[in-house]
Design a protein around this ligand. Structure first.
Ligand SMILES: NC(=O)c1ccc[n+]([C@@H]2O[C@H](COP(=O)([O-])OP(=O)(O)OC[C@H]3O[C@@H](n4cnc5c(N)ncnc54)[C@H](OP(=O)(O)O)[C@@H]3O)[C@@H](O)[C@H]2O)c1
Length: 368
């Protein structure tokens, strides 16, 4: 992901001069002899529960322009686990500290820092967030607006701002111009991205067929604003036709791959679009050419990193400018399954890799 781009965008949105984020630093002599600061690191690719190590660091004095930030919450995303496993499209330089995003609080500032004050809450968008504390130049952090004391629940929601809600918004709005009352179908509907798709669609009056792979999720997804919740299976297309009274469906959004992708495509109207953005099943997609020839199904892919590379600054500002207020107002949220400290990283990644979770797994190094 082009982190600098996110920093710049958020900075612009919040009225700050955007600057280039520097690498997070963690070495040096301790001013206080504190050796209890922990961080997660991997120096080889493999099973996250095996290759991730918890390391202790010594706090060092700040250099001019730097701030010390304690990490309040940082999510574990499927892409983090794939990258640690060596199965993602891009590989980090090793050793690497994982973590895409998060929220923190400034606990110390150095001489020359005027834009951040102690106590201020900031978005962490430079990566390497699975750790107790981060020392970096003040320009690396995005100050959140002063909204008084934020609840721990809101801190957790804000820690998930930059990846999943944005992906949901872009997939909902970039491929098909869905009008009020029209339908989309999507898989892994109980994932965080799925939940954001439901909430954003509902806000636009767009109706959703929500496909999941297990029982017990309908109540939560209907509460989020879903219209129909169905369990994936060989008769999915028939189930969808029946549940929607054969309504035309113009957009399919898939995070699973394999047969789920095929079934979603089978439920679409002629000339409709299937968007692939994840492959949770690990299985390749197959599509009968008849669907392409006779039904004119269009197949597209979505990758947020690519969008950040190609979107203009104005487009990035507009997208993020929609997301942050919705999170702050509570109109956009994701379920949280469990919380772990940095020391508990092995349990955390094991839980994040399990099926049947009730939401996201968060690293919460410094609970409020
Ligand atoms: N392309 C992009 O730019 C982009 C951006 C953001 C996210 N993503 C992708 O979006 C997907 C969802 O991310 P997230 O953070 O929202 O995930 P999440 O909240 O961690 O949820 C994971 C979801 O995947 C489902 N799942 C796991 N294994 C599955 C399998 N074998 N078959 C079917 N469903 C399975 C889970 O179902 P259960 O609850 O039943 O276990 C759950 O609904 C991931 O693939 C992620 O990489 C892509």
């Amino acid at each position: 992901m082009k982190n600098i781009s996110i920093v710049s965008v958020l900075a612009l949105m919040l009225g700050i001069t955007p600057c280039i984020a520097e690498e997070y630093s963690s070495n040096g002599a301790s001013p206080k002899g504190d050796s209890s600061l922990k961080y997660v690191e991997f120096s080889e690719m493999g099973n996250p529960a095996k290759v991730l190590q918890v390391k202790a660091d010594t706090a060092r004095a700040l250099e001019n322009g730097e701030v010390r930030v304690k990490v309040l919450a940082a999510p574990i995303h499927p892409s983090n686990l794939l990258q640690i496993s060596g199965l993602y499209a891009t590989a980090p330089e090793l050793p690497s500290i994982p973590g895409s995003e998060g929220v923190g609080q400034v606990i110390e500032t150095s001489a020359g820092v005027t834009r951040l004050v102690v106590g201020q809450q900031v978005l962490l968008v430079g990566g390497g967030t699975w750790r107790d504390q981060i020392i970096a130049p003040a320009v690396s952090f995005i100050p959140l607006p002063d909204l008084g004391t934020l609840s721990s629940g809101m801190i957790e929601q804000l820690s998930m701002t930059a990846v999943n809600p944005l992906s949901a918004l872009l997939m909902l709005t970039s491929f098909v111009d869905l009008k009020k009352g029209e339908w989309l179908v999507h898989s892994a509907a109980n994932s965080a991205v799925g939940g954001y798709i439901i909430q954003l669609a509902k806000q636009r009056g767009i109706r959703t067929v929500n496909v999941v792979r297990r029982e017990g999720l309908a109540e939560d997804l209907m509460l989020k604003g879903g219209d129909v919740v169905l369990i994936d299976g060989p008769d999915l297309a028939a189930q969808i036709a029946s549940a929607t009274d054969n309504a035309p469906i113009a957009l399919g959004i898939d995070a699973v791959g394999g047969k789920t992708f095929t079934r979603l495509a089978q439920s679409l109207n002629n000339g409709s679009t299937m968007v692939s953005y994840g492959v949770m099943s690990g299985k390749p997609v197959t599509l009968n050419p008849a669907m392409l020839i006779f039904n004119d199904i269009r197949v597209r892919g979505f990758w947020l990193s690519k969008w950040f590379e190609t979107a203009t600054m104005a487009e990035q500002q507009a997208a993020l400018g929609q997301i942050i207020p919705l999170i702050l107002s509570g109109a956009l949220s994701a379920n949280v399954d469990s919380r772990f400290t940095v020391s508990e990283i092995k349990q955390a990644v094991e839980r994040a890799a399990q099926s049947g979770r009730n939401g996201k797994v968060l690293i919460v190094p410094n609970p409020l």
